[in-house]
Design a protein around this ligand. Structure first.
Ligand SMILES: NC(=O)c1ccc[n+]([C@@H]2O[C@H](COP(=O)([O-])OP(=O)(O)OC[C@H]3O[C@@H](n4cnc5c(N)ncnc54)[C@H](O)[C@@H]3O)[C@@H](O)[C@H]2O)c1
Length: 253
């Protein structure tokens, strides 16, 4: 309880991968955690694991790009777990393609989940934070924000999230709310496994290729990102705001 004062956190896209690791870490830090993902059943194993370990959790099904759904999900979390004062905007998808092959749908779906989703969730949750004069928002960007072949949509969305983060930090700072972004490098999850499958190499080969380019000579794990979130939402991080922390095993993507 020491790191959380019994507060409520929302983690989007928390049914698996980085989001699941963040949800479990925040629960271990003492937060009651709302596990948000596309459907309630997919997030339930994460919520169950948290409760089995002695924590409080709630699985809620929502598409973060749906305004009415987001409002309803946040209202439910506030009623069942308490007003959320930590928000981790983690839900994400990729629809990689070179520009000349990228469809309108590839572009819109990535923008909707990452940018619109981060906007809608932040707008819905901020009132609980400003009322209590305390809050933490952490947005998931990516090293791809610096440019990555085949990811014009995703890199634009992840760069957009950085600008959104800095502006919210300026607007919400006087309410005791900090807003930061984490830009992970290569993290071992189903998202990167799907990329390996798409380009026709095994996941082991893909990870070895990535690790060879990373100064600390390994790929990242979801827990590496969860650890950074744990720091950013802590009491002691109240003077860190509007920052983008690259968690990538080295200084460059
Ligand atoms: N894995 C990496 O190497 C890496 C690197 C940089 C950034 N990221 C970012 O980290 C975040 C998590 O990535 P991951 O690798 O764990 O991905 P993942 O694909 O394993 O998990 C993403 C989760 O988001 C959920 N989701 C997708 N669309 C949603 C929507 N509209 N509403 C609610 N939930 C939705 C999915 O159902 C899934 O559970 C993403 O924002 C991703 O862009 C990942």
């Amino acid at each position: 309880m020491s790191n959380s004062n019994g507060r409520t956190a929302i983690v989007t896209g928390a049914a698996r991968g980085i989001g699941a690791a963040i949800a479990k870490r925040l629960a271990a830090d003492g937060f009651a955690v709302a596990v948000l993902d596309l459907d309630e059943a997919s997030g339930k194993p994460v919520a169950d694991a948290i409760e089995s370990a002695g924590g409080r959790a709630l699985s809620v099904g929502v598409d973060v790009s749906d305004a009415a759904g987001v409002e309803a999900a946040v209202t439910r979390v506030a009623a069942e777990l308490g007003g959320p004062t930590v928000l981790v905007n983690n839900a994400g998808i990729t629809r990689d393609n070179l520009l000349f092959k990228m469809t309108d749908e590839d572009w819109d779906s990535v923008m909707n989940v990452h940018l619109r989703g981060t906007f809608l969730m932040s707008r819905a949750v901020q009132r609980h934070m400003t009322e209590r004069k305390w809050g933490r928002i952490v947005n998931l960007s990516s090293t791809s924000a610096l440019g990555n072949r085949g990811q014009a949509n995703y890199s634009a969305a992840k760069a957009g999230i950085q600008g959104f983060t800095k502006t919210l930090a300026i607007e919400l700072g006087k309410f005791g709310v900090t807003v930061n972004a984490i830009a992970p490098g290569f993290i071992e999850t189903e998202m990167t496994a799907a990329t390996a499958a798409r380009i026709g190499v095994t996941f082991e080969e893909f990870k070895a290729m990535a690790a060879a380019q990373i100064p600390v000579a390994r790929v990242g794990k979801p827990e590496d990102i969860a650890h950074t979130v744990s720091f950013l939402v802590s009491e002691g991080a109240s003077f860190v705001s509007g920052q983008v922390i690259y968690v990538a095993g080295g200084p460059r993507a």
